[in-house]
Unconditional design. Structure first.
Length: 352
């Protein structure tokens, strides 16, 4: 979530330091460089600098069967604006007893106060073992959910979301959810327009509906080819007018009960939550790219009234439409860095 606090851009790009541990997963390790490296201002200036470090500055083995050498040791963490802990298959004592090895604990202690800290997949075990997630919301790969809960009972764990944003601490689920959380950070720092540009360059969706619930292995009671996807696409073309649950179910040629159940299974949220989140995204785009009044933005996004838009923007984004426009309108300086102090989890289930 975003609290509207913006500081003037400094002379240097935002420094992202990725911490690689023994057994690091190569796909996830490369995500920050790919996403943040694609974020540039209108004049082509890089908005982020991404470097990789290890706890001792030495090479680390990867889960892919080869080793990598890095140019930085733990001292790189001292100058990080954002620290990202990449996942590893070799958690060892962290996963067994919830205890950090001394070199890793010493490395994490170098992170300066105020730095943003992010975990991808099993990187959440590292942050939890360091005590950083105590009393805070967090997530990790759904396959590790029960083990994580048992090991770290003080963490407010949520297994159903793609990522959790708790201001200065963010965590994401496995693999591609690392893309989701990095794009979210670009969006949080510089607005939806730039995040969408980065997504297009990387050929990934700028925002994925639903959460981990849609990927969890479950027994399927009976085979079926029916899906709510065509109805979601149909609804996206009609967000500016009221859409009832009955209309959606009728378009899908299902009973309301069947449609509601299948929609939640596929999208991870209820039809009403999904519609609200999509309308908020439309409103954000209009606030960023147009000079329409708040009343007209609310009307075109399908909220019916400015008060309704304000209520849902505050619930899902954390600020009013006017505050969001002041920060992210195309006439504003999108190169500013946004600092967040949200006290609640921002969910990847389309902002729900």
């Amino acid at each position: 979530m975003y609290d509207g606090c913006v500081v003037p851009p400094g002379p240097d790009p935002h420094r992202v330091v990725v911490l690689a541990l023994d057994g690091v997963m190569t796909f996830e390790l490369g995500i920050p460089a790919r996403i943040f490296g694609s974020a540039r201002s209108s004049d082509g200036t890089a908005l982020y600098e991404v470097v990789v470090c290890t706890p001792d500055g030495g090479p680390v083995r990867t889960e892919a069967g080869f080793s990598i050498e890095v140019a930085h040791g733990p001292e790189a963490l001292e100058s990080a604006d954002t620290v990202i802990v990449a996942p590893t298959h070799r958690l060892g004592g962290i996963a067994e007893e919830g205890v950090l090895p001394a070199p890793l604990a010493q490395a994490l202690a170098r992170i300066r106060p105020g730095a943003r800290t992010v975990s991808i997949c099993t990187g959440a075990f590292v942050l939890a073992a360091a005590g950083l997630l105590d009393g805070r919301p967090a997530t990790t790969h759904w396959a590790e959910a029960e083990h994580f809960r048992r090991l770290f009972p003080r963490v407010r764990f949520d297994a159903d979301v793609l990522f959790v944003d708790d201001g200065d601490l963010l965590s994401s689920a496995g693999a591609a959810a690392g893309v989701d959380v990095c794009l979210h950070l670009v969006r949080r720092d510089h607005g939806s327009a730039l995040a969408n540009q980065v997504a297009r360059r990387c050929i990934v969706p700028p925002w994925r509906d639903g959460g981990q619930a849609q990927y969890i292995e479950r027994p399927v009671p009976e085979p079926t080819t029916a899906t709510t996807a065509p109805t979601r696409a149909w609804a996206l073309e009609r967000l500016d007018r009221p859409l009832t649950l009955g209309e959606l179910a009728a378009h899908a040629r299902m009973s309301v009960r069947t449609f509601t159940r299948r929609f939640r299974d596929e999208a991870g949220v209820t039809p009403g939550q999904w519609l609200t989140a999509q309308r908020v995204e439309v409103a954000k785009q209009l606030l960023e790219t147009s000079d329409l009044s708040i009343d007209l933005v609310a009307d075109r996004a399908g909220f019916g009234s400015a008060n309704s838009l304000r209520q849902h923007m505050r619930e899902l984004v954390g600020v009013s439409p006017a505050a969001y426009r002041r920060t992210f309108h195309t006439s504003a300086a999108h190169t500013s860095a946004t600092h967040t102090s949200a006290a609640t989890a921002g969910r990847a289930t389309a902002g729900v």
